[in-house]
Design a protein around this ligand. Structure first.
Ligand SMILES: Nc1ncnc2c1ncn2[C@@H]1O[C@H](COP(=O)(O)OP(=O)(O)OP(=O)(O)O)[C@@H](O)[C@H]1O
Ligand SMILES: [Mg+2]
Length: 284
């Protein structure tokens, strides 16, 4: 049994495209046959709203998993998309930060919930996080092997990125987290606008190759898709720019993670946790 790559999507700045990226890159992975779990660690529950079925009375969600220290796979639900599972946030999510504050090993509660067969049988776990650096987000960053940082081309982001960089460094030094930056992703890119060029130049100068070649262009379909509870792949026609951008991002992320970047037939649902997992991961 392989262990999944844990990828957190994080930036404490609000509205930069974290959720849009988490949902659509997860959908793109799933389309390529990777068994993908999207975990919603945001109190707003936006990723859950886009992908989830209406909450079932008494169902386990991520809030309960964290507060009761259960295995995360007890909250996993299949989505309508092949190879894509969701761990929905749940209404009590707003209470979780406070609850974690008094938990034993409070930075590692989320990481502990990942040690279960349902999660370990995934190829990739994508974690959407909240727009603040509270304990919930810290839990996501500590559990993550890699962090993808969306940066919107609508404001000058350097101060916020410095704070995030320092936080990641502290978590590596003091909490033994891996939490390496997989890459910076430019979102809401409109090259006719000066702010886009300014942000792009600044980021590429400062972070060089850590900035993804792929950028996510400004596109009203990204605003509309969630209100129809659709991923961009379900909302846009084939050849649409939003699909193209997130498909390109998925390729780049997979190559940075060392996952096989080819389209394969979707795997059957509920494939056993053991067996062919090895063959799905690039070895070199
Ligand atoms: N490339 C894009 N072009 C146009 N609009 C976009 C794009 N990406 C995201 N949006 C829209 O911008 C808003 C913020 O995006 P999103 O919710 O993904 O950001 P977020 O970082 O998750 O926000 P929060 O910090 O509140 O969780 C949403 O209305 C979304 O539909
Ligand atoms: Mg969000």
């Amino acid at each position: 049994m392989g262990t999944p790559h844990i990828l957190a999507i994080a930036n404490q700045k609000g509205g930069v495209g974290k959720t849009t990226t988490a949902v659509n890159v997860a959908a793109a992975f799933a389309q390529r046959g990777l068994r993908t779990l999207l975990v919603d660690l945001d109190i707003q529950g936006s990723a859950s709203a886009t992908l989830g079925a209406p909450a079932v009375e008494g169902a386990v969600d991520v809030a309960r998993v964290l507060m009761e220290e259960r295995a995360l796979d007890t909250a996993m639900v299949e989505t309508r998309l092949e190879n894509l599972w969701l761990a929905p946030a749940g209404e009590a999510m707003a209470l979780v930060d406070l609850h974690l504050a008094s938990a034993f090993g409070r930075e590692r509660v989320f990481e502990r919930t990942l040690r279960c067969p349902g999660v370990q049988s995934m190829d990739v776990v994508v974690v959407d996080t909240a727009p603040y650096l509270g304990l919930l987000t810290v839990n996501a960053l500590v559990a993550a092997e890699k962090v993808l940082i969306p940066v919107s081309c609508e404001y000058l982001p350097m101060l916020g990125l410095k704070l995030l960089g320092e936080t990641l460094q502290r978590l590596r030094d003091r909490a033994g987290a891996k939490a390496e930056v997989l890459g910076y992703l430019l979102t809401m890119v409109d090259r006719r606008e000066r702010i886009t060029t300014e942000v792009e130049d600044l980021l590429r100068q400062r972070f060089g190759a850590a900035v993804f070649d792929t950028v996510i262009r400004a596109n009203t379909h990204h605003k509309a898709a969630p209100s129809h509870q659709r991923t961009i792949f379900e909302h846009e026609a084939e050849g649409g720019r939003g699909r193209e951008d997130y498909d390109g991002l998925a390729s780049e992320v997979m190559s940075r993670l060392g996952l096989i970047g080819v389209r394969r037939k979707p795997l059957a649902r509920r494939a056993p946790a053991t067996g062919t997992a090895k063959g799905r991961r690039a070895t070199g």
